[in-house]
Structures are given as structure tokens and as C-alpha cells.
Design a protein around this ligand. Sequence first.
Ligand code: SAM
Length: 269
Amino acid sequence: MASASHTKEELLDEVRQRYAWAATAVGRGVSTTEVNDSLRVVAACDSSGCGSVDVAVDESFGAAFYDSDDQEVLPAEAIAASLGCGNPTAVAELRAGEKVLDLGSGGGIDVLLSARRVGQTGFAYGVDMTDEMLELARANAEKAGATNVEFLKGTIEDVPLAGASVDMVISNCVINLSVDKPKVLAEMYRVLVPGGRIGISDVVAENHLTADDRADRGSYVGCIAGALSKQEYLTGLAEVGFVHAEVEFTHEAVPGMHGAIIRATKPSA
Ligand SMILES: C[S@@+](CC[C@H](N)C(=O)[O-])C[C@H]1O[C@@H](n2cnc3c(N)ncnc32)[C@H](O)[C@@H]1O
């Protein structure tokens, strides 16, 4: 979904630049709150309508979704780099020995938590297009002493893994940033083994909000303007072959748009 004033290439470039900035800001010790706030221009809505202003939305984005047990086992830099809108590892029901892929892995928080859940017989991959994020994630993996992880450079529209190579795909607040969402859904289906599952956190709009309504409520790079609606998610997942798809709203991020958990399964062969 490209906005009227931006081409897809311009949006992609803006996303890459903003998240490169976020990765290096974390390295310079800028707080999670400041990084998350500066990424988002959020609408203030009242009875007379909505207008774009800068608003702190820290409770809707960042490390607050991870309990203290999770936070204690990770390097502080991985927590500080958390830019998600949920905690997919809390709902993913990962099992020992499984292979997991995190789309848009950022500073690595969900890859590192997944790696602990699947254990030494399992493996966790992260894919991200931003060099600065990959560098941060690899440094965090080293600090965490994680040996069953790998961070791959690539896009979520063209995942650098073979078909049927992972049991679970997770992602945290990234699919809304994609300029080709049908391709991302098709890639998730391709890389999963038959019977594989997705457990995604993302911002999702109520069905009645138009693309303009969503853009009024926040920026594209801030994970708001590019969000799919609940019905668009369900239709898109069904179109590429997923079954048992569900979208569950968990918290309202801005009026009419929610942090949500998206689950679905690739049918068994
Ligand atoms: C909002 S941050 C979320 C990072 C991480 N999932 C987390 O929870 O902290 C978005 C991340 O997705 C990456 N990203 C955005 N669009 C992408 C795309 N099309 N392909 C690969 N990575 C992408 C960005 O570089 C950034 O690291």
C-alpha cells in the first residue's frame, strides 16, 4: 500500500532509514521510550475529528509486553531495541527442536527468546533488510551466548530461506511496514512446512477505517498508516492457502487501530 504522495520505493527507503537510525540510537544509549516515540506521529482524535500531532504511545510499542522472566535472560541492549507492538513469543507455543523464523527481526529480541524456547536441538532465524539492525542483533546474540540463531539480510517479501524449512513464522510489528503485503503472506506460506504455524503481532485496523482514516491516525514508518484491517488480514491469509486464521485485538494503539495477534496454520500435506 503506497500513499498518494510516496512511491513504494520511497516508502521502503524511508522505513530503512528510520530503522537504521533507531538501531544506532539504541547503541548511543537513547532510551527505548524516546526511540519509540520519535518513530511515531500519532493522531489526536476528539469529537470534532482527528489531526496529526506527536504523541507518546510508549505503552503500545516496545518492551512492556515482555514479562520480567523474559527480560532478565536477555542483554539490556536487546530489550532497549524492542520496537514491536506485542510479544509473539508469548503466544507462539514453541516446542523443543522446532525451527522458527522472525520476519523483521530488528535488534533480535524475539529471535533470542525463541532460541531459548526451542533449545539446542532447535534453531531461530531472523530476517531484516537494515544493516544497522542486523549488526545490533548479531551483537546481542553474542552477548546472550546464543549459538542456535542466525540473522540473515533480506526482505520479508523475498525471504532468503528454502521452501518448507521452518515450523513457525513469527513477526512483531513489521508486516504493516511492507509495501507488498500479499507477497509477505505468500512467503510465510512458502517457507513453512506442512502443518506449520504463524504467530504474528501487528497493528491492525478496524474494518470500517479507510486507508485515509489510517493515514490520519499516524505515519507509515510509525507502523500505523500501512496497517491492514482485520478483514484484509483474514482474506489475504486465506488467499495464499492458510487455514484456521484468526485476528485477536489485544490493545488499542490509536483510535480504531489495535495491537493484535494473528494466528493461522498451513494445512498438513
Ligand atoms: C518496528 S521494527 C520491529 C523490530 C522487531 N521485530 C521488534 O519487535 O523489535 C521493524 C523492523 O523491520 C525491518 N523491516 C521493515 N520492513 C522490512 C522489509 N520489507 N523487509 C525486511 N525487514 C524489514 C526494519 O528494518 C526493522 O528492523
